[in-house]
Design a binder for this molecule. Structure first.
Ligand SMILES: *Cc1c(COP(=O)(O)O)cnc(C)c1O
Length: 453
């Protein structure tokens, strides 16, 4: 069992749990890019997601710069921001500004990226069960690539492309057998799961041969995504080797594959007890070494590489701001515990309930002094698993205090729900002392509007 600890203080460091422009002012209150959190609460209510725009842009740019540097002597690299982590029109535009492309995994994500002004040629489409409408929209918008995820999908994409008199650029998603990542539900490259085509079973080779012989499809690349919240470089190097071996197999059969996508999954620190993940430069260097070694050994021309970070770009850039509603002290086998109830919960952050993810929390509206108490931050939903922070040391908290949970940018709002008919919180971007509403808070009226009686 982990020791109960308090959240670290904001320190402006990229690995410091809080976004880099989060600070504690002399008054004791926390500010984001110069804006006191109490101002945000007063203006926009709670719960609210606060996104540090400069932090997100900095992390995005770090990936682009790291990949460009590592791959200049090879065939170059592209970074696709995995929009499922958190996407809005503004975020799509920021990512494009910073030199990234966008990965979409549904019509909604694709249309949001397009509405943000990202051209189709800078968007990739994923998904294990894409609809005809999704595939058609992707082709019509001149998508960079559609990632084929099953054998029947080959004919489906070819058919939709030929109906439109176009050819569709495709990747094939491989299951490499490499395991990595935090929790079993977020490990995606082992065999017994729904994603990709197995290299071990031979399905991956069948797909490549079939695509190469299908008019209307252009095989642009092969793809691997080994999991999520990965805190070491080993799995990526190992998966890269498997993917490059498949590429060499295809080359021997006269099938040239110009691009290789090594996926996302780069981990972040959620609490001070998590290890510090390798920096983008380290990951990029490991990937480049794997590609260089393989090309030297096989004599094949280097492929253009892409990666798809989501979490590592947006998770640390965002915090969720809550108001404390009530408290309760309970006795447990391991001693007293204080339950602190806030005005959101599993509808704005499902990750703890879904796979036991750990977070931390701090009192942010004032300087909080006093001895730390073993606390658990819970939501207002009708589930005992509605826990936001399992275990954190918090000073005496009062009703009405503002409490923040950091590192909620990835898979927070995007996995949000309306459970208990709670309106989903808004997302407020802050930059240089200015607040911008990226997503407005939902209202009960929004929900009643689609209830047709
Ligand atoms: C989810 C996903 C990503 C992004 O994963 P992160 O852990 O957010 O970096 C990238 N590629 C694919 C195919 C994914 O499914």
């Amino acid at each position: 069992m982990l020791e109960t600890v308090a959240a670290p203080e904001p320190n402006g460091r990229p690995d410091g749990v809080w976004s880099i422009n989060t600070a504690r002012a002399e008054s004791g209150e926390v500010t984001v890019a110069g804006v006191p959190v109490s101002l945000i609460a007063a203006q926009f209510g709670t719960p609210t997601y606060i996104l540090d725009e400069a932090d997100m842009r900095t992390r995005a740019r770090a990936w682009v710069e790291a990949m460009e540097k590592a791959f200049t002597s090879l065939a170059g690299a592209d970074v696709y921001y995995a929009g499922k982590a958190f996407l809005s029109k503004a975020v799509a535009r920021w990512m494009m500004d910073e030199g990234l492309n966008i990965d979409a995994a549904s019509e909604g994500e694709l249309r949001t990226a397009l509405a943000g002004g990202v051209p189709g040629s800078r968007i990739g489409l994923h998904g294990n069960n894409k609809s005809e409408a999704e595939i058609a929209l992707a082709i019509d918008s001149g998508i960079a690539h559609i990632v084929i995820d099953s054998i029947p999908e080959i004919a489906k994409v070819a058919c939709i492309a030929s109906e439109r008199g176009r050819s569709a650029p495709v990747y094939v998603r491989l299951t490499t057998g490499v395991h990595a990542g935090g929790h079993d539900f977020i490990q995606t490259a082992h065999e017994d799961q729904k994603f990709g085509l197995s290299v071990t079973s031979g399905a991956a080779y069948d797909a490549i041969t079939q695509i190469a012989g299908t008019p209307g499809l252009k095989l642009m690349g092969i793809h691997s995504h080994i999991g999520s919240q990965i805190l070491s470089t080993d799995g990526f190097a190992e998966a890269a080797k498997v993917v490059l071996d498949v590429r060499a197999w295809a080359a021997q059969r006269g099938i040239e594959i110009p691009e290789v996508d090594l996926g996302g999954g780069y981990g972040v620190r959620y609490t001070s007890q998590d290890a510090v993940p390798p920096a983008p430069e380290e990951f990029a260097e490991v990937l480049a070494q794997a590609v260089r070694a393989h090309c030297d050994a096989t004599g094949l021309p280097a492929p253009r590489i892409s990666i798809e970070p989501g979490r590592s770009i947006v998770a640390p850039a965002m915090m969720t701001l809550y108001t404390v509603g009530t408290m309760k002290d309970v006795a447990t086998d391991s001693g007293p515990r204080r339950y602190i109830s806030v005005d959101g919960g599993m509808s704005d952050n499902l990750r703890p309930a879904l796979y036991g993810a750990n977070y931390t929390a701090a009192v942010v509206g004032r300087e909080a002094t006093g001895a730390g108490c073993r606390s658990r931050v819970v939501g207002k939903h009708c589930e005992s698993g509605d826990i936001l922070v399992k275990d954190v040391s918090l000073p005496p908290v009062e009703i009405g205090d503002l409490l923040a949970v950091p590192v909620t940018g990835a898979y927070g709002r995007s996995m949000g729900s309306n459970y208990n008919m709670l309106p989903r919180p808004g997302v407020i971007a802050v930059r240089d002392g200015q607040c911008t509403v990226l997503l407005r808070r939902e209202t009960i009226e929004d929900q009643l509007a689609y209830d047709l009686g």
